[in-house]
Design a protein around this ligand. Structure first.
Ligand SMILES: C[S@@+](CC[C@H](N)C(=O)[O-])C[C@H]1O[C@@H](n2cnc3c(N)ncnc32)[C@H](O)[C@@H]1O
Length: 236
């Protein structure tokens, strides 16, 4: 009986999926099918993360111990807020663990970021604008962050070289920001799309940080040019 019910339910949901797919363009159909098959999308729904990108940061923190309770973190390009959800938990910015120090999380995005307990969001702000840098200096305890995160990305134009140049420009502006707010020995994690200028960025990071590594977390889609630089031990 139970199996019969399940079979009927599966049949009905497949029929409604087919109907939904029929109304979509081929590109939308491909995107929907990819989302449906993606284990990280399923896991993010289950664990109430705002999107699958949470698992990239969880993986990096589990491997490299980026966060500690009490840390101040700036999340650049934070919308919709999955990385912020991870950082809020890991730095104890809600004070959920009363025996550990309470951290701070400030998220910034050009878009609106829905509110999150333990996070202070600067929605409709440009990370590359010096006025945003000044606001961050005011909001951070002592004007300093232990960690700067950036999952920022420009709207992809489809022209690979142009998109690469634009994201690398964003990474260079994060280096300026780090010069203003990142603590000595602090860390910068930034996303980039691989290309001809990657080497220049890596060289600049290597001059300013004690260690720089390039990462491709398992949760990052294999067919994407996305990678991350993890730069640690900021030399102030
Ligand atoms: C891939 S999404 C970030 C996802 C986020 N890490 C999460 O886990 O929810 C990239 C974000 O970067 C933002 N962005 C792009 N350029 C920006 C800029 N100059 N200043 C602030 N945010 C920017 C976009 O609006 C977009 O929301």
């Amino acid at each position: 009986m139970w199996t019969l019910c399940l079979q009927k339910r599966c049949f009905h949901s497949s029929v409604s999926l087919m109907k939904t797919l029929k109304k979509k363009s081929p590109a939308e159909q491909r995107w929907l099918l990819r989302q449906l098959k993606d284990p990280y999308v399923k896991a993010s729904h289950k664990q109430n993360f705002r999107c699958r990108s949470a698992f990239k940061l969880l993986e990096i923190d589990d491997k490299f111990g980026l966060f500690q309770a009490g840390y101040s973190v700036v999340d650049c390009g934070a919308a919709p807020g999955a990385w912020s959800q991870v950082a809020v938990q890991r730095v104890n910015s809600t004070g959920t663990d009363p025996d550990s120090p309470r951290g701070t999380l400030i998220g910034i995005d050009l878009l609106n970021i829905p509110p999150l307990d333990g996070a202070h969001f600067l929605s409709n702000h440009d990370v590359m604008d010096p006025a945003t840098h000044a606001k961050l200096q005011e909001l951070l305890p002592g004007g300093q962050a232990h960690v700067i995160l950036s999952d920022m990305a420009p709207n992809a134009s489809g022209f690979r070289d142009m998109d690469h140049e634009r994201i690398i420009t964003m990474c260079f502006s994060l280096i300026d920001l780090a010069g203003k707010i990142l603590q000595p020995r602090g860390s910068l994690l930034c996303k980039y799309w691989d290309g001809i200028l990657t080497h220049q960025l890596q060289e600049k990071l290597s001059r300013l940080f004690g260690s720089v590594r390039s990462l491709k977390p398992d949760a990052s889609r294999k067919d994407s040019a996305e990678r991350f630089f993890l730069a640690r031990m900021h030399k102030k």
